[in-house]
Write a protein that binds this ligand. Structure first.
Ligand SMILES: NC(=O)c1ccc[n+]([C@@H]2O[C@H](COP(=O)([O-])OP(=O)(O)OC[C@H]3O[C@@H](n4cnc5c(N)ncnc54)[C@H](O)[C@@H]3O)[C@@H](O)[C@H]2O)c1
Length: 346
């Protein structure tokens, strides 16, 4: 039985509680939120212990894994603290906002010999897995372009509901928050990125960071890419897509959150082509159904059955690309080469 403690009982914590309740060999033993009513709400629903002080929870609660659902800028220090108490850590995305903080969190986990997982539940969408499988089989041939669009709607009330949202210290803008999964997938499909160029703008929301950004990429392979993100889409979430253009195949995973194929075309057929229709899902929101599969994967890793698929170093790659895009945007669109040397602030 793997014992989990959940920290941060806000919006996304529901997906964690639901995922945990769908698994048999795992138990939610504690939860923690600085707002007592939020922790108590989960405790009364699940029977776990409620805390308002994170370190007290780490001292007292007998848990194997700490799941962090707190504001993103808090993740690195909370990861490091949990590692210091010998706990495995699962961080919500992104792993952090600043690369230096993320590096310290990774080092703390390495030093403590604990696993660091980063929730990238979209990697577990059947659509995404099929595309990746086709890629690994070489069905695309040479990859020419990997493109992603995240055209979502987040009204001002969404930002006003939690003061950390849209701030540079705790959240970043739409690239860092809404598009973190897509940044991960673009690199998962396109490979290592050599250079990043971006323009960003804050046009429609009263927040510190950007509500719109366009990012251009050059991959080390020579392929090109782009990531376009906004939270200003009218009148609702319109698109969360990933397009892979290769010499022998084209795939576009679309819908509002990578939930069905808009194109699946290769020069030669394969039995996996039969799965395209059934891979489509109709999730109730853009978070999808992947948290359950992600926890299942975490349990398999902890039981020694598989290697971790998205560890701290994968989480770092996402933060690195985001930091590079912000560095470029700050310099009026001057390209920023990768890899980035860790700095304490971007
Ligand atoms: N995987 C996904 O698809 C997905 C979706 C949404 C959000 N997220 C991520 O989840 C995280 C939380 O987002 P959210 O929308 O649930 O935010 P939220 O504001 O709804 O919830 C955050 C909670 O953390 C609590 N908190 C703040 N500081 C704390 C501390 N020091 N100790 C304990 N609790 C503390 C807050 O009181 C709040 O209840 C973010 O990193 C976000 O990027 C991931």
């Amino acid at each position: 039985m793997v014992r989990v403690a959940l920290v941060g009982c806000g919006r996304i914590s529901k997906n964690h509680v639901e995922a945990l309740s769908g698994l048999t060999d795992v138990e939610l033993v504690a939860c923690c939120d600085v707002v007592p009513a939020r922790a108590e709400a989960i405790a009364s629903k699940t029977g776990c212990a409620a805390y308002t002080d994170y370190e007290k929870m780490l001292r007292e609660a007998q848990c194997d894994v700490v799941s962090l659902c707190t504001p993103s800028g808090l993740h690195p220090s909370q990861v490091a603290l949990a590692a210091g108490y010998g706990r495995h850590v699962l961080s919500e995305k992104p792993l952090g906002i600043r690369l230096g903080d993320v590096d310290e969190a990774i080092r703390a986990c390495d030093a403590a010999g604990v696993h660091l997982f980063v929730v990238k539940q979209n990697r577990f969408n059947r659509t995404v897995r099929l595309a990746r499988q086709a890629l690994e089989m070489g069905r695309f041939g040479r990859i020419y372009m990997v493109l992603s669009s995240v055209l979502w709607a987040r009204p001002q009330e969404y930002y006003d509901a939690a003061r950390w949202r849209g701030t540079w210290e705790y959240d970043g803008g739409c690239l860092c928050n809404q598009a973190a999964h897509y940044v991960d997938l673009v690199q998962w499909m396109g490979g290592a990125v050599e250079s990043v160029q971006a323009y960003s703008a804050t046009q429609g929301r009263r927040i510190e960071a950007e509500d719109s950004i366009v990012v251009n990429l050059r991959f080390r392979s020579g392929a090109l890419g782009s990531i376009n993100v906004t939270t200003l889409a009218y009148p609702k979430n319109l698109e969360g897509s990933l397009t892979i253009l290769g010499e022998k195949g084209t795939v576009k995973i679309g819908g509002f959150a990578l939930n069905h194929f808009e194109r699946w075309e290769f020069d030669a057929g394969h039995p996996m082509d039969e799965e395209i229709q059934s891979a489509a899902t109709n999730p109730p929101n853009v978070y999808g159904f992947g948290h359950l599969d992600y926890y299942r994967h975490v349990l398999e890793v902890l039981n020694g059955q598989v290697e971790a698929e998205v560890d701290g170093r994968d989480g770092r790659k996402t933060v690195e690309l985001i930091c590079a895009a912000y560095a470029s945007a700050r310099k009026g669109g001057t390209p920023c080469p990768l890899p980035l040397v860790a700095v304490s602030s971007f």
